[in-house]
Design a protein. Sequence first.
Lengths: 306, 212, 557
Amino acid sequence: MYVFERKEIFFQTLHPVTLLLYILIMMIGTILTTNPFILMGFMTAVVFALIVAKSFKTWIRSLRMYGYMVIMLMTINLFINNMGATVLWVGPVVPVFGRISISLEAIIFGLVMGLRLFIIYSLFIFYNRVMDPDKALSVFSKVFPKSALLVALTTKTIPYMSQQLQSASEIQQCRGLQYYTGNHISRIKNRLPLIKVLLFSSLEDSFNLGESMQARAYGSGPRSCYYPLSFGGRDILVSFSSTMALLALVWSRMLGWTEITFYPKLGTSLTSKQHLYMIIVIGIFMILPVLVAWGWEKWDYLKLKI
Amino acid sequence: MLSTHWSLFSLVIVSASLVIIYLWYDRKAGSTKEIALIATLAAFAGLSRVPFAAIPSLQPTTFLVLISGYVFGAGPGFMVGSLAAFVSNLFLGHGPWTPWQMMAWGLVGLSGGILGRWKWKYANLSLLILSFMWGLFFGWILNIWHWLTFVYPLTLKSFIAVQLTSIWFDLIHASGNVFFMYFLGADLIKILHRFKRRLTVSSLSVQELERS
Amino acid sequence: MGLFEIKNLTYFYPDREKPALDKVNLQVEEGEFIFLIGASGCGKSSLLRAMAGLLPDYYGGKIGGGVHYSGSSLGKWDKNQLAREVGMIFQDPEKQIVMTGVKQEIAFGLENINIPYQEMRRRIAEVLALFGISSLKDENTFHLSGGQKQKVVLASVLAMHPKVLLLDEPTSQLDPLAAQEFLNYVQRLNMEWGLTVILVEQRIDRCFHLADRIIFMEDGKVLHSETPRKTVEWAAEKHPQYIPPVSQFFSKWRRENIPLTIKEGRAVLNGMAVKEWINPYKEERNSIEATGNAIEILKLSNVYTTYNKKDFVLKKVNLHLWKNSITVILGENGAGKSTLLKTIVGLLKSVKGKIEYRGKDITHLKPEKIAAHIGYLSQNPNDYLFHDTVEEEIFFNLKVRGEKDDKRVEKILDLLKLKDKRKMNPRDLSGGERQRVALGTVLVTNPEILLLDEPTRGLDVVLKDELGETLQVIKHQGTSILMVTHDVEFAAEISDSVMIMAEGEIIADGKKREVLANSLYYAPQINRLFKGINDQVLNIEESIQVINKIIEQAAIG
Ligand SMILES: Nc1ncnc2c1ncn2[C@@H]1O[C@H](COP(=O)(O)OP(=O)(O)OP(=O)(O)O)[C@@H](O)[C@H]1O
Ligand SMILES: Nc1ncnc2c1ncn2[C@@H]1O[C@H](COP(=O)(O)OP(=O)(O)OP(=O)(O)O)[C@@H](O)[C@H]1O
Ligand SMILES: [Mg+2]
Ligand SMILES: [Mg+2]
């Protein structure tokens, strides 16, 4: 479940805008790119970032759910595309689709699409881990007071609700209701009223929350912020490398280096030496913040300096 | 060459229109209580998708968004729908399809609001019909993105093929909506109305004061 | 011209026939300290909400008449501007925490009124220190105990330095020391900084003498509004429970100049004290202290519990509960009292140690199995409200046990004075009424053991007395009761034995007189009044007995 935990993590100490920049650029980069090498670079960056942010376990756990969706997508692609030149297998004729055939290109296409999806999933796990919702609300409500509140409240309601569901079902058990024992049907029947209760009590709570916010003068005019929101050295560092990576990406894109041809025949993903260098440059800039974060964990000296 | 152009372009269009709607909302939106209400409904509708994730397209979200719009109006309905998409994807995976879902569910809420305003006696029936229709439309809107991003070439034939591939899912979605609407609709609409009542204040006149 | 002018304020909650506020007329001067009392459900919270400008907005319904603040009608005030001047603390702390971090929660209000960063840090440090919760500043607000939550909520409003403070039962979950400190602080703010205070509290002994004016409400109307001294004389006849125990005691003897505080009371007592009458009551002790047959019904040995797998919240807890007895657990906020109850009912698993019920090991039983023998009331009554009406809510506990006896529900509704609320949605009730519904759901099944976590929260004095009597009755019918409370008067009234917890350990355990009498924190007011005269007296009845003895002896002698 998505409950934000405050921890001693480098990324959590960053300015929310910096974080957003870093994550957003990787995201845009992933959407812009079909070149597997660049995607691998992103993948490495994200996975290391997840490890440094101590959420590797969460990630692995989520993989099962996401993995299933990735596989679904890849399968659909296999069947819809019969554009590939290198046909590996010819299947039966199916109404609507015509003859099913599987080509090498379609497989590669599927794999690359899967990789892209995967990176995006992982980025969001990372986002949830490092973006402090309180801090984000503080910062963004300066710009868009109402929408920021809306989004923040929405995400805040989630842990609230799971909390509530838990205490409600605990108390129901103490009243003698069987949630985890009894046969299948009675278990489901015992849980059904929870939907109604949950809707009711979340709405009730939201009114209380709104009341409490208004009683504490939310939205009464200019607002200050509890975080020292100056850009620190670490913010500059991370923003700089994100921006550089973006520039390199845009440039590569203009040269056509971020994409490869799939159909009818697989194109090359590495056209020249410069292309290779560029990929390395992008990779370095994406991974640099992770390296800094890692060093920050390891050496107290770095902790003091940036 | 590849679909990333179209994918990105369409994404930008959809995102931009969402941003515009949110900006508009930011300027006009009502009090904290309204915001709190929308936020909660959205979180609720979004979360309700999670336990059903194992069965694709069977989820109560569409239904919840629809009745939210129906009770609270088109504007709040849109916000609830689009935020619900955002929220649920925190769990089910965000991706470039998020804006499409936000738009589609936003429209679901909007249509609910229109239906709610246009009062007539077959409200229950029309809610059932609308929820069925949205099961299909929703899939079609999302497929546009699918088609643009993951499919090559972009031809009418492939478009129809994509739409057809999802027909089973869409039918499941549609009948799920009808199921939820039939069994839970009345109860939940009652609850929502109760909170709507809490938003409306009337003042007592002097005579009424005297009488009480 | 007063700071607040309330004229003919009448208010109906949506779909209610009876007004929650009925033509209230009231004037509050700047710098006044008002203590608002009245039975549960009489409209105290509603009045405070109306004064904070929140009433029709968040509740709907019909409103008539008006509230003027600082010369202009609340309707004309920008609500948010108003919030900068009028700070309000609601009845349930659980329902008003906005942020996930403690520091952030306190900062939230400050951010809203645009306090610069440096200043904000100072204020946060100040209020954290004031409430003694500096060590919690990095905690998640979900992981706090009930009292700690209340402290955070109080801190977050006080940090904003409002001009007017509206307090709705602010100390309902604080331990006696913290409550006293908070009230002292509010008094100081009132005296030294001119803060206007309107306070609702059920713990009358703590607040009565602090106020400039006492307002007594009944059924949505203001019945009486006078200085404490005059109120005591007025209430001594009609509503004797609504005055402090000291005054209650003296009002039995005199009609005028009734003492309000212990200091005044002792002056009177000393005036009439003859040295010999000091301990006539000591021989009597055993007869009052009769605790009966010793069937052990629940036993905890060396129980350890943890939330985060690092620190133990309960450490080496040993506890015995005897049949036909009431045991009360007292202790500071965050000591682990609620955790102890949750461990017994199986919501938390003890990592070490053993829990036995009638000699049977129940340490690893599921909560719903344990529920067959043990009834449990949690600290937050809102967790109990699921159904559409009050009676369904109470009947539910019978239904899951396959029973159909409606008479029991009837009896409980009668007992808890909920008859006229039976068809209402339990969530539409006042704080005290909700507490009673939750209590009803537990009482209706007649369990063998009752665990109650702060059952008197939100109950007015009359209801509290009645609850006490009820508990005595079911005790004699064979139920053992283990109760957590911060209300020492209530504990002194009904308990047989008392335990004190601190930092997860039980540090005192004994007969109530051994533990409570002369305790620095936990001595009831009457005990303090009689200190040096008769140290064993705990409540008014006993004190009257003592005095009667003296008079008797004097007659003989
Ligand atoms: N949200 C609500 N909707 C409908 N009725 C309500 C609501 N809140 C309170 N009431 C009713 O209004 C009356 C006054 O409630 P209020 O909360 O002001 O009482 P109170 O004096 O604060 O009581 P307590 O001491 O128990 O908190 C009660 O009879 C209660 O049932
Ligand atoms: N869910 C939780 N997760 C982590 N820590 C918790 C949790 N609940 C309580 N605690 C911590 O355990 C300690 C004991 O809490 P508990 O609720 O038992 O206190 P309590 O004695 O009932 O206090 P109060 O009088 O304030 O209700 C507190 O320090 C609290 O912060
Ligand atoms: Mg109240
Ligand atoms: Mg507690």
